[in-house]
Design a protein around this ligand. Structure first.
Ligand SMILES: Cc1cc2nc3c(=O)[nH]c(=O)nc-3n(C[C@H](O)[C@H](O)[C@H](O)COP(=O)(O)OP(=O)(O)OC[C@H]3O[C@@H](n4cnc5c(N)ncnc54)[C@H](O)[C@@H]3O)c2cc1C
Length: 399
């Protein structure tokens, strides 16, 4: 039986129709156009605007329990919601607060921290970024050296931060950062790491842009020069941040494979091929391109089935999430590569035209160069594909 049959109940079909209809009518057109251009550098205002629309509907933070203001959806409903949001060209969720920090605070935070942190994420008022990686600590994250020294004075107990964080996505549009800091260097490198949250407006914080190679500003380097952080901002115990970080990194089971977004990208490519018919004078090439489209559709289908089996199969998360990440990013890259090939010279439009309608973009194939170059990052971030393959090799081959 096709595992996707589980979404064919009358209840879920009605829910799917409701979400589809809602996205079509509630999503502002200017935001939809940017998402349809495969932009990952969505401005803060756009992300907040869409989040607040979802919040008004009661669908913000769909993975959160009712107790903390979420809709209390089951996994089936979350899956359907995520699919329809992606197919409708609506923005991704604000992952750092909603998907990472929020659930971690629910698990490890004090009552005060839950009261202080969760409402800002739920309402979409406070944007968070993740300060884990450093210039010499990425794949080998536990080597991090950005220092937090404990001090005490008349104003209270606090940490003084010195050092730098690298590749901080959305650091330039975020209000707060959660991060890992070195509080002790004497033991194993996984020990002596502490999980802190800090206001990015604190004196001594400097945020410098790093432009991706197609020119977008998504990531930053953040510098700390004697930045003062109250001890009350610590999540969990001092020196015990590694366990919390591992919990946080294991959270995001949904969307690892980006199946829904890839479906939307492939649908756009097919529309371009049908409407523009760029190979109308080259039948052999046209056949080859459509065969490649069919092949990608089959690969995406297989990925979707694997994802559903993983998400709904019960049991512990194993190497499946690594396989989903590797295959998902490979297929994503393949779709954009094919789109570049099909758009030919049009893909090389020097500037993304923000005023272009979807129809214009689809007809001319413009913008295909941007995602092609921009998505080179996906095999690197969230644990590089080489690291994911190591995990699979260990689990499956016992290496
Ligand atoms: C666009 C983008 C956004 C990011 N956003 C964030 C963010 O918001 N917050 C954050 O904290 N970090 C972020 N990162 C950092 C990201 O997590 C790291 O880049 C990633 O973990 C790889 O680390 P590194 O860059 O230090 O490369 P390295 O770890 O130095 O790796 C270099 C190369 O060697 C390979 N390699 C390393 N170790 C092994 C091994 N054991 N076996 C086989 N191959 C290996 C890697 O796969 C890679 O190809 C982002 C990165 C990018 C590119």
């Amino acid at each position: 039986m096709d595992v996707r049959q589980r979404f064919e109940t009358a209840e879920l079909k009605a829910f799917r129709a409701e979400v589809r209809d809602f996205v079509r009518t509630a999503l502002p057109d200017d935001i939809r156009r940017k998402v349809a251009q495969e932009r990952m550098d969505l401005p803060r205002e756009d992300q907040q605007r869409w989040h607040k629309i979802l919040r008004t509907k009661g669908w913000a933070c769909p993975g959160w329990p009712r107790e903390h203001g979420g809709p209390g959806f089951g996994d089936d409903q979350r899956y359907v919601l995520e699919r329809e949001i992606a197919l409708g060209d609506a923005p991704r969720s604000m992952i750092y607060g909603e998907g990472m920090l929020g659930p971690t605070v629910m698990a490890y935070g004090t009552a005060d921290q839950k009261r202080q942190i969760l409402p800002g994420i739920l309402e979409g008022d406070v944007l968070w970024c993740q300060g884990f990686s450093e210039p010499n600590a990425g794949s080998d994250l536990a080597s991090l050296q950005c220092k937090a020294e404990r001090r005490s004075d008349a104003a209270g107990e606090h940490y003084i931060l010195n050092g730098t964080k690298m590749w901080t996505s959305e650091g330039h549009i975020a209000d707060w950062m959660f991060g890992l800091f070195r509080t002790d260097n004497s033991g194993r490198k996984q020990e002596g790491i502490t999980f802190l949250t800090l206001d990015l407006k604190s004196p001594g914080v400097t945020i410098r842009p790093i432009l991706l190679f197609e020119g977008t500003h998504e990531v930053n380097q953040v510098f700390f020069d004697n930045v003062r952080v109250p001890v009350a901002n610590r999540l969990g115990e001092e020196h015990k941040g590694w366990g919390i970080a591992k919990y946080l990194l294991s959270l995001e089971r949904f969307g690892t494979a980006e199946v829904s977004r890839s479906m939307a990208s492939l649908a756009r490519l097919k529309r371009f091929l049908r409407e523009r018919d760029p190979f109308r004078h080259a039948p052999a090439q046209k056949d080859a391109v459509w065969r490649r489209v069919a092949q990608l559709e089959i690969e995406l289908d297989a990925l979707e089935i694997t994802e559903v089996r993983f998400l709904f199969g019960g049991g512990e998360a194993g190497p499946e999430s690594s396989m989903l990440k590797v295959r998902g990013t490979e297929i994503q890259g393949d779709i954009f590569e094919l789109a570049m090939t099909c758009a030919g010279g049009h893909a090389l439009a020097a500037r993304r035209d923000e005023t272009a309608t979807d129809d214009q973009a689809a007809r001319t194939g413009q913008d295909t160069a941007y995602p092609y170059f921009n998505f080179r990052k996906t095999p690197i971030y969230a644990g590089s594909n080489e690291i994911q393959r190591n995990i699979v090799a260990k689990a499956v081959l016992g290496l």
